[in-house]
Design a protein around this ligand. Structure first.
Ligand code: ADP
Ligand code: MG
Length: 295
């Protein structure tokens, strides 16, 4: 391999909006046959809006928004931004939590106005508080059926509400999947979100239902990548979140969205500067072509 050819590839990459960490990346790209795509923030815009507030009997909507909004204000997750913004819009300023912990892939937990509050997956609220009342569970299920994401809110040992947030598929994602397929690559969708939302997104962008892995915890994302590698696949992974960092490092080629978190960018081998998924296909084609000129 002539170093000049590799440098040309790297320079062209910068023009396309691809930052390559080192010329070695170009070599690992050649054999890639599978591209694992994170959903939230990668295939979808990641900018969600609060679309519904369902409270249990006897609960006050404003109190729910105050406690959940205050806690989510301390988190950078797209769901958290939607909840905090929706709450602030209704209530003005929110209190600062007295205690806060982010639980990657699950939700957030902390203390607001003296209450031990939890916001996140139904499973988390069930464990930390209690089972959701049937009416709340039904409201969440109906929202998910429609492609929204439902998160539960609980405090002081009780499940109190379900909030729904919606996120749109990026207008460029369908074309990006088409380009990846045209290169002979198999697209796979990987997400911590629920299966209904994941399947709705997969159908919109043209990913096969059998290639969807949903309700996957951050540490399990690595395992999904590893399993594909054990099956003999050479895997590229595209992600944006803190929860994608380990999987990006495990993949044969890690592509980080430039619009994503620092953790993802540090873990990736290259960065798609503008956060345009179509450029993932361009990057792989560029690497193949650059290697072609060396051969
Ligand atoms: P993705 O893999 O699609 O980027 P995550 O792994 O970040 O999703 O999150 C998985 C699930 O955990 C979310 O769909 C949500 O139910 C829950 N969750 C994670 N973080 C939060 C948060 N800050 N607030 C509420 N729910 C959260
Ligand atoms: Mg993500």
């Amino acid at each position: 391999a002539t170093p000049t050819a590799l440098l040309v590839g790297t320079g062209r990459g910068a023009q396309l909006g691809i930052l390559i960490k080192g010329p070695k990346v170009l070599e690992s790209t050649r054999a890639v046959d599978t591209v694992v795509l994170d959903k939230t923030g990668t295939v979808t815009s990641g900018s969600m809006t609060l679309t519904g507030v369902h409270v249990a009997d006897g609960e006050d909507e404003e109190v729910v928004l105050r406690l959940a909004g205050a806690l989510e204000h301390a988190s950078e997750h797209p769901i958290a931004r939607a909840v905090a913004a929706g709450a602030a819009e209704r209530l003005g300023t929110l209190p600062a939590p007295e205690d806060f912990a982010g639980l990657p892939g699950l939700g957030v937990q902390g203390v607001v106005d003296g209450h031990a509050v939890v916001v996140g997956r139904e499973r988390l609220v069930r464990e930390e508080a209690r089972e959701l009342p049937p009416a709340l569970a039904a409201a969440g299920a109906a929202a998910e059926e429609a492609g929204a994401t439902a998160v539960a809110v609980g405090w002081d040992g009780r499940a109190r509400a379900v909030l729904t947030v919606s996120d749109a598929v990026k207008p460029t994602s369908r074309e990006a999947v088409r380009r990846l397929r045209a290169l002979g690559l198999r697209p796979v969708l990987l997400t911590g979100d629920n299966a209904k939302v994941a399947q709705a997104v997969a159908a919109q962008v043209g990913i096969a239902a059998a290639d969807v892995h949903a309700e996957v915890l951050p540490e399990e994302k690595v395992a999904v990548v590893r399993r594909l590698q054990e099956q003999g696949r050479v895997v590229a992974m595209v992600g944006d979140g803190v929860n994608d960092a380990a999987a990006l490092a495990q993949a044969d080629l890690g592509l980080a969205m430039g619009t994503g978190t620092d953790a993802a960018i540090e873990a990736g081998d290259l960065t798609l500067v503008r956060g345009d998924l179509r450029v993932a296909a361009d990057a792989i084609r560029l690497a193949r072509r650059t290697l072609g000129t060396i051969k």
